[in-house]
Write a protein of this length. Structure first.
Length: 121
């Protein structure tokens, strides 16, 4: 009886210790959910965007942005979606300087990047 209890305890401890060793890796060798792979995928997705697409189609393709703003400049309303594309600080907090802005007007993508955002300000 004691032998069976001991075997059960050893098996349980082994299962618990081995479960902590599991790492999910995608086809590119990146750990699933890593910030590096997310930034890389965001850069790839942005590079494939066509001007004129809607914000909803971008969100459907890329997911919810880190930041989503509406700006009013000289009577025109712009929507800016920010997707994380480069790490600046390892503090665990995403800031706009770690993101690429996607600029929309009248529900159409005008362009992306800081230069595009600066051009409407």
């Amino acid at each position: 009886m004691k032998n069976n209890v001991l075997k059960g305890m050893v098996a349980g401890l082994a299962a618990l210790s081995l479960s902590a060793c599991v790492v999910v890796v995608d086809g590119n060798g990146d750990e699933d959910g890593s910030w590096q792979s997310q930034e890389r995928e965001n850069r790839r997705s942005i590079a494939r965007l066509d001007l004129g697409v809607t914000p909803n189609s971008v969100i459907q393709r890329m997911g919810i942005p880190e930041f989503d703003e509406n700006l009013s400049v000289d009577g025109s309303t712009y929507r800016v979606l920010y997707y994380r594309t480069q790490r600046v600080s390892g503090d665990g907090v995403t800031t706009k300087d770690e993101c690429t802005p996607l600029v929309f007007m009248n529900n159409e993508l005008l362009g992306w990047g800081e230069a595009k955002l600066d051009s409407i300000r």
